[in-house]
Design a protein around this ligand. Sequence first.
Ligand code: GCB
Length: 647
Amino acid sequence: MCLPVKRQVLRALWLFAVLDTGLLLDGGMLYPRESSSREVKELSGLWVFRADRSPSRKQGFDEAWYKRRLEETGPVIDVPVPASYNDITQDPAIRDFIGWVWYERELVVPTHWIRDDTIRVVLRVGSAHYNSVVWVNGVSVTQHEGGHLPFEAEVSDVIRKDPTGSCRITIAVNNTLTLQTLPPGNIQYMNDRTRYPDGFFVQSIYFDFFNYAGIHRPVLLYTTPKAYVDDITVVTDFSDNTGLVSYIVSVKGAVTAALKVTLMDKQGHCVASSNGPFGVLKVQDVKLWWPYLTHENPGYLYSMEVRLNAADGRTTYEDVYTLPVGIRTVNVTSTQFLINNKPFYFHGVNKHEDSDIRGKGLDWPLIVKDFNLLKWLGANSFRTSHYPYAEEILQMCDRHGIVVIDESPGVGIKDIRSFGNASLSHHLIVMEELVRRDKNHASVVMWSVANEPASEMPPADYYFNTVIKHTKDLDPTRPVTFISSSNFARDKGAPYVDVICINNYFSWYHDPGHLEVIPIQLNTEYENWHGKYKKPIIQSEYGADAVPGVHVDPPVMFTEEYQKIVLQNYHKVFDQKRAQYLIGELIWNFADFMTTQGVTRVVGNKKGIFTRQRQPKAAAFVLKERYWRLANETGRLPLWTKYPCSL
Ligand code: GCB
């Protein structure tokens, strides 16, 4: 069998295998897009809001606040959606609130959505942190656990009960974390009445970012026909100059269905087509998807139009869904990361979804500014530390060729009680939700199942082996990793990962103030890891806090000078090791971000090379110089980007 044919068969077998891996989830989670058969109604803007301040935090459920307009059961305030609610008001109790908060929005849905029962109306929440319960006109329509992934419910029947089309959406959201949530947390009640007031409790968390809460991503109503395209999975490959797109389409609500799949280039010309729910599209003279700064035309996307003609015995339906598709391959050797069979070196950043006032709420000006800063910096990649980011951000990555390591919210798994079956089952569901949502993004090249878990604990071995294995079953086309903290995990977990990702903070948390230890300690660490596992390494975090505007020379900790030299000392070792097995460097962090208050944090974590307001510190210029030099050495710079100073 010649290679391309063999590959096609393997891809097709995998696609079928995915449908047969004992999935915990039912159905797809395609991003809502308008088409000739689908409408989208965004519900961003002002919602009404009340925090349930009752001691039990259960008053809203006891009094069934969802049954009436929220303002009829107590005082309400305006809050924006999407946004975290924490920094919107002047009330510290709202900023630090733990428990149920209630959101409500009223609208009138278009008459034809009510009258035409061949239309399916779906309510979708992009994400809400952490547990959510949703009602429409007082009727419970769905619940969801997890703060970073979308969920939805069909609401056609509920809205049709009111012929006027008036629709009241109530969403209760609770940010309480437990030892079984992802990320985990733990409520501690302080019962010593000589020291704490009645009812005093704190939420202990084992991660270093503020536990922002609320409805963080857009809420939408969208329609499909009753028979509809429920999910699409694509896997891409190429052989010489022929691109190969294997696909599977799943359809719901149809008795008979005919599918036509057409792949179009950027000009809208059809480059390949096929019929039926699965197949392989062959694209002659393929334009591959290349990362930013590696090609003159990075981020090339085709459009895959899926057209369904279906019938359910009574009615015929047409549904159209168009998916952007980038054609590329990803492979890992013992020393390299290959995109389209060419070595790829990650020179990028770790980020957070975080900014003034809106917290973790999706904000387009911020997203666009961040992409402009990434490009200015010459960054070709980022890791979605420490949870899945908004789909809108991944779409930008696809279009701009920014490579993504896509991380689950498995951060701060430190307590032995978080390694039990309940946590594991939830982690497996979260990985399924993540892969289901992000599997078709060309920019996503690796899954990260967790950040710095206490992998030295005995139960962690079984736990992570299971999560990594399940993730590989879900998607054998992408490497899987988890992020290790310094030496702790050297003997655990690493056997199962494809790429070793290491975080360390030499001359910061270890040997503070001793910049001179960085080269020797980093060198030792790399040699140990690579010597033992013969796998490529990414420096997935390194850095130092710098309070912007604070200068001391010779450098001391927390100054801009110290941050610069930490970076430069790391870079010396990176330059030796990238000739061998180091395949990437991701600075911690792109920008300063908010954390829980504590004695080591000066109004948040200041390891950003940009401030929280996205202004560069001295270190940003060091990194910019380096990243453009790396891009010149390792990539093929497009003409217009050769001279970053003219940007
Ligand atoms: C880490 C964590 C990250 C922290 C960072 C720090 O290892 O992965 O979440 O923010 O260190 O600054 O301490």
